[in-house]
Design a protein around this ligand. Structure first.
Ligand code: MD3
Ligand code: FE
Length: 205
C-alpha cells in the first residue's frame, strides 16, 4: 500500500521484504567498512548530534562548526564515498519518479536513545527532485508538520522496510525523529535504527 500523509508525502509500509532488508543491512556493513560512521556537529556551536552518519554515492552530507554541506569525500578519512548499493539505486528508480539518478545517500545510524530535532532539508540546490527514505531496524516515531515551524505536527511510526517519498509541496516540510522503539526489530545486532535518504543535490545539467 502507498499512504498519502500529505500532498507529496507518501508512506510505503513494508516496501522492502525481509530478504531485501537483510541484503541492504549486509550491503551497509560494507559501506560502513569503507566509510566509517562519524559524529556530525552543529554549525557554530559544535554540539554533537546523537545520530551518527556516513554516506555513499558521489556526494555526502556532512556538518561541523563550518556549517552543513555536501562534499565528495569523508570528513575524517578524506576518501571518496563508496558507491551506492544496487538495491538503493533500484529503490530510487522505483519510487522517485524523477528522470535523473540520485547523487547522495545519507546513512543515519540511531542508537536507542538518539533523536533528530524538527528541521527542514534545504541544503540541496535541486529542490525539484524528491527525497526517498528507507528504514531498517527498530521502529521510529517520525514527526512532520508544515513548511512553517509553527504549523501543527502529526507523528507516524516508521518500521523496518518502510519507505517514505517526499516531494512537491512537502519537500520543505519540517520533520524529525522523536524516538526509537528499542527491541521492535531483530534485523540489526544491537538496538537501533538505520535510515537512508537518497537525494539529488545539484540541478541536472
Ligand atoms: C520530510 N532523516 O536525514 S527520513 C534527514 O529518519 C532526516 O533519519 C530522518 O530527516 C530519519 O534529513 C527522516 C524521512 C524524511 C526525509 C527527508 C524529508 C522526511 C522528509 C524531507 C522533507 C520532508
Ligand atoms: Fe531531514
Amino acid at each position: 500500500p502507498r499512504l498519502a500523509l500529505a500532498p507529496g508525502l507518501l508512506h510505503v509500509p513494508g516496501y522492502l521484504d525481509g530478504a531485501a532488508q537483510v541484503r541492504l543491512r549486509d550491503a551497509l556493513r560494507e559501506t560502513v567498512r569503507a566509510a566509517p560512521l562519524f559524529t556530525p556537529r552543529m554549525p557554530r556551536t559544535g554540539k554533537p548530534f546523537s545520530v551518527r552518519m556516513t554516506n555513499c554515492g558521489a556526494l555526502g552530507w556532512v556538518s561541523d562548526e563550518g556549517g552543513y554541506r555536501y562534499q565528495p569525500t569523508h570528513p575524517v578519512t578524506g576518501a571518496p564515498w563508496p558507491p551506492m548499493p544496487d538495491l538503493v539505486r533500484a529503490a530510487w528508480d522505483d519510487l522517485a519518479a524523477y528522470p535523473h539518478p540520485p547523487e547522495a545517500c545519507l546513512v543515519n545510524w540511531y542508537e536507542a536513545s538518539a533523536k533528530m530535532g524538527l528541521h527542514q532539508d534545504r541544503d540541496e540546490a535541486d529542490l525539484e527532485a524528491p527525497v526517498v527514505s528507507l528504514s531498517l531496524g527498530d521502529t521510529a516515531i517520525f514527526r512532520f508538520g508544515g513548511t512553517e515551524r509553527k504549523a501543527p505536527t502529526r507523528s507516524i511510526r516508521l518500521a523496518s522496510g518502510d519507505a517514505v517519498v517526499i516531494g512537491g509541496p512537502s519537500r520543505l516540510v519540517f520533520h524529525g525523529i522523536d524516538r526509537i522503539l528499542a527491541g521492535s526489530s531483530t534485523l540489526l545486532d544491537a538496538p537501533g535504527r538505520i535510515n537512508l535518504t537518497l537525494r539529488r543535490v545539484t540541478p541536472p545539467a
